[in-house]
Design a protein around this ligand. Structure first.
Ligand code: GAF
Length: 394
């Protein structure tokens, strides 16, 4: 993270130093971070009021910031060639068609104001190393880090859960993606060396210790994710239709027994979508206790079932991702688990791998994936890290 902090401090000084309250060496008063995440199991369950088991990872979005007393928010985005944005919080905050990155920031500020939080302007420089568009929640990390920044700058009385909810609201209502709450919650509240079992209905979280003898390996298929928003929203609608047919608020309220008894009455497609969500909820709750107990063999089975369910019932995997999963599975056998992670239609797989097998996984993927798919993978060996927070303040 040291490099990220240096870069963001330099950009703050270089680009924002014409501030009315600037001094010769205009420096930020606060450094704030929020991490990306990887989901170990529990996919497309969050918007069905179900359970998820993600962890925050050691790839972060970092902000350098200082307050302003003129109601202006100015932003410099280091990763977009130091592109800037500026808006007045006392005026209507509008969507920027030609500057998508800025909308995550504008949306978060607008939602904080709508929730009644009172604050003045800010100068903000932002950078990060969460891979973008890979399904590791770079958007949620940006939403959360901005909420966290205003919390720290203005000592707002806002809980970490509300920072997360505010970020989700910005994404749903301002950016226009109908995502669930998983990504923002774990980015806001993750715990070092722990995964987070999240009940997406009550927002109750349980920290689940990660086994020390396992590495978290994330492999990006680099298959460009297509139709993500439209397919995501279609899946949501299909799940809501299934819940209506069962006469419940959300699929979380349907047991696998009830589903099996009624399956023949359902449209085939709706039945497949519902079976994924209902069985995935059960797998996620079981995986949390198996993780705590260190029962890797059972976790391996649950992750394999989860992947098959996403491939065959929810139909959100693509051949490149299935290929990666098979390559890794052939190396780790039952000594570790592997599945697609995230929203689907491309993106990443996650594997829990004994450290002694990490090099073999790497070699197998490097040797076999590109010849099979024409794409070059990216591999990240990660640790579970803390959620968003203040890094330093002066
Ligand atoms: C995306 C969404 F943003 C999450 O809310 C979740 O639904 C996930 O896809 C699928 O599990 O990351």
């Amino acid at each position: 993270m040291t490099n990220l902090i240096e870069n963001v401090k330099n950009a703050f000084n270089a680009v924002l130093n014409d501030s009315p309250n600037s001094v010769l060496n205009y420096a930020p008063t606060h450094i704030v971070q929020a991490p990306g995440r990887v989901n170990l199991i529990g996919e497309h369950t969050d918007y069905n009021d179900g359970f998820v088991l993600p962890c925050a990872i050691n790839y972060q979005t970092v902000v350098a910031a200082a307050t302003r007393d003129d109601n202006i928010v100015r932003v410099v985005a280091v990763d977009y060639d130091n592109a800037t944005d500026e808006f007045d919080i006392t005026q209507p905050i509008t969507f920027q068609d030609n500057k998508m990155w800025a909308n995550y920031i504008r949306g978060v500020v607008k939602c904080l104001l709508e929730r009644g939080f009172e604050f003045n302007g800010a100068d903000i420089a932002v950078t990060g190393n969460v891979p973008q568009g890979a399904g590791l929640s770079s958007s949620a990390a940006l939403e959360v880090v901005i909420g966290q920044t205003f919390k720290e700058l203005y000592k707002l009385n806002i809980s970490q859960a509300e920072v997360a909810l505010n970020g989700q609201q910005a994404e749903n209502e301002f950016v226009g993606c109908n995502c669930g709450i998983m990504d923002q919650m774990v980015s806001a509240q993750g715990n070092e060396n722990h995964a987070m079992l999240l009940d997406c209905r009550s927002l109750e979280t349980t920290a689940v210790s990660m086994p020390e003898n396992m590495s978290v390996v994330i492999i990006n298929s680099n298959k460009k994710r297509g139709l993500v928003d439209s397919e995501y929203n279609t899946r949501r609608e299909q799940c809501e239709e299934a819940a209506r047919i069962f006469g419940v608020k959300a699929l979380r309220d349907v047991s696998i027994e009830t589903f099996n008894a009624k399956e023949h009455e359902l449209d085939k497609m709706v039945a497949k979508r519902a079976r994924h969500v209902i069985s995935e909820n059960d797998r996620t709750v079981e995986a949390a206790s198996m993780l705590a107990a260190g029962d890797i063999k059972r976790i391996a089975e649950l992750m394999a079932e989860s992947h098959a369910s996403m491939r065959d019932d929810f139909e959100i995997t693509v051949p490149e991702v299935d290929t990666l999963v098979n390559i890794v599975k052939n190396v780790i056998g039952v000594e570790g688990g592997v599945r697609m992670t995230g929203g689907g239609f491309g993106g990443c797989i996650v594997a829990l791998v004994p450290p002694a097998l990490v090099d073999s996984v790497r070699s197998a993927v490097e040797e076999l994936y590109e010849p099979a798919t024409g794409l070059k993978e990216s591999i990240y060996v990660c640790q579970a890290k803390n959620g968003a927070g203040l890094v330093s303040a002066v």
